[in-house]
Design a protein around this ligand. Sequence first.
Ligand SMILES: [Zn+2]
Length: 143
Amino acid sequence: MKTPYSKPLPVIGERDRAYWEGLREGEVRLLACDDCGHVRYESFSTCPGCGGGRSSRFKASGRGTLWSWARFHKAYFPGFAAEMPYVVAVVALEEGPKVYSNLVETDDVPPLGTPLEAVFEDVAPDVTLLKFRPMRPRNGTDA
Ligand SMILES: [Zn+2]
């Protein structure tokens, strides 16, 4: 077992439980409006695009691009102290929504627009965090 997780954990509610269960199973699950197709990340009760109340959850690609980032030099929570400074990234998912996350498996912050892919990090019995790493080449030609 790893040492206990010492950073803040999300409070999982009924409305976003399916999202967190998806991460637990290695999937990014988003909501798409049944009326206009607008894709959202949290389960708002109505669509911010058209106000419609019907939506369907679907498995997203897990891919996105680096949209913005900031490097934190102050440990606002003690659990982050050992990692100072650390980077918080905003990732634009392929389907549209943007999520706050951290970059892993990279020492430097890549340029904005860099393709990223999801990494699922189990941190507590019922919490898996969505993180991102630079997309790996898939065709093997540049090995
Ligand atoms: Zn809509």
